[in-house]
Design a protein around this ligand. Structure first.
Ligand SMILES: [Zn+2]
Length: 455
């Protein structure tokens, strides 16, 4: 069966390459001309366009006559050109540099993409028909695929770019506010750190998940750990800035962060379990190679959704109470409430997209490259996080004096301590699930050798 799949994989590459080139050309002949067998043709096309562009711009340099690899010659340094030479020479140099860049890009051989029937089951996505990368891509191919339209490209970029936005926010807070002397800012730092970690882990997971089946599972174990860490980051800030006035210093408030750490660690374990079952006990050839979700897809998906929904619902109890239940005094009604509503609406939209796989379920194959649920899930999740951050900042600013007077002081254990504990335990869980996966081939070989010796 596997031979059949692989032979089909290589038989059909031509068609896939055609498809790939057809999709990528409009993306931009200019930006990322690709595909092995189309590399030269596309490079020539792009050279032509470059020449046309130069022709329109005019004037300073003639088009390279021989296409690839040829260097343009600048006009001779002559007294006739002395007037305005500096600017025209500068433009010519820029055009030459751009031309070289295009030539270099056109020589890069980007990997081919495949259809759903050409990749192993562990790599197949519900209702996504085409745009799959090679299931044994090299690290270089994975990185190159960032510049190629595959069904993962937007999954990567929709989390990679926001990572830098949140990192910029984090650095702004560290540099502008006196964070080392002002413990009141520590919860915000933990939250912003978690906002950098989870999109970064996600974009790395989506980038390198096609290196092998094992790599795919391990990449997403780290992705789940990062989402759990983000849930703890939210809880730490909610405890410090968002808790309604009449709950501050109550029993729920006292144990809120501790329970959130516990929930985050359990969430990591549950999400990792949802892929392959229990490490060392459930792992076997079928689960590792085929992914148990092919046997019980709904159960695996349900466990994973629950593993992220439960910590989210717990962390947001103070907010739900403050916005939806509380009335009268002590409910903390301020300008942050509108932003909290936006964040909650986007969080539910994110969960809806994750659970329903819409819109691709309605038209399989139509949204393979742009607009499928996982991309929308990333986008709505990130916008939700952005509103959440804004709401937290407003609460933090407006409630500062009241909280410093009435709430227990922010402690290292409830902020960086909780974050370190959560990260350590989550990483240990990920290590346990990953080690079992990495040891599996060795154990299987030993078992096979023993059986052979006995026979
Ligand atoms: Zn993702």
């Amino acid at each position: 069966m596997e031979h059949f799949v692989w032979s089909r994989l290589f038989d059909d590459t031509e068609r896939s390459a055609e498809k790939s080139a057809g999709i990528l050309c409009p993306l931009g002949c200019g930006l990322f001309p690709l595909a092995r067998r189309y590399g030269e043709a596309q490079a020539a096309d792009c050279s032509l366009i470059m020449n046309q562009m130069e022709g329109r711009a005019g004037q300073t340099a003639s088009a390279p006559p021989g296409g690839l690899g040829q260097t343009k010659k600048h006009p001779p340094r002559d007294s006739r050109f002395s007037q305005g030479f500096t600017s025209s020479h500068g433009i010519a140099l820029q055009q030459q540099n751009i031309s070289h860049l295009f030539t270099m890009l056109s020589l890069i051989r980007l990997p081919r993409v495949f259809t759903v029937h050409q990749v192993p089951k562990a790599f197949q996505e519900d209702s996504i028909i085409s745009g799959y990368r090679h299931p044994r891509s090299s690290a270089t191919d994975c990185i190159l695929s960032l510049f190629q339209l595959t069904n993962e490209t937007l999954n990567i970029w929709t989390h990679f770019l926001p990572t830098w936005y949140f990192l910029w926010k984090l650095l702004t807070v560290v540099l502008i506010q006196e964070v080392w002397h002002d413990a009141y800012t520590w919860p915000l730092l933990v939250f912003l750190l978690s906002c950098c970690v989870y999109p970064l882990a996600s974009s790395c997971a989506h980038t390198f998940s096609t290196m092998s089946t094992t790599a795919r599972h391990i990449c997403f174990f780290f992705d789940y750990g990062a989402i759990s860490f983000y849930s703890l980051g939210s809880a730490v800030t909610y405890s410090a800035y968002v808790m309604p006035d009449n709950w501050v210093n109550g029993t729920f408030h006292k144990y809120f962060v501790s329970v959130a750490v516990f929930n985050a660690v359990i969430a990591t374990a549950m999400a990792c379990y949802s892929r392959l079952g229990l490490p060392f006990l459930h792992y076997n050839r079928d689960t590792v190679k085929r992914f148990p979700e092919t046997q019980s897809p709904r159960f695996g998906q349900l466990i994973r959704i629950l593993s992220f929904a439960l910590p989210y619902l717990f962390d947001n109890i103070p907010l739900f109470y403050r916005l939806l239940v509380c009335s009268g005094e002590g409910c903390t009604t301020n300008a942050a409430n509108t932003l909290h509503y936006r964040h909650i609406a986007l969080a539910f939209l994110t969960a809806f997209l994750c659970a329903t796989h819409l819109p691709e379920r309605l038209a399989p194959g139509r949204f393979d490259f742009i607009g499928h649920s996982h991309q929308l899930f990333h986008v709505s999740g990130i916008i939700g996080t952005h509103f959440q951050m804004q709401a937290i900042e407003v609460d933090m600013r407006q409630r500062r004096h009241w909280l410093l007077e009435n709430s227990a002081p922010v402690a290292l254990s409830g902020t960086f301590g909780a974050a370190a504990l959560c990260l350590t335990l989550s990483l240990l869980i990920i290590l346990l699930f990953s080690l079992s996966l990495l040891c599996w081939p060795a154990r299987t070989t030993q078992r096979a050798q023993k059986t052979k010796a006995r026979d």
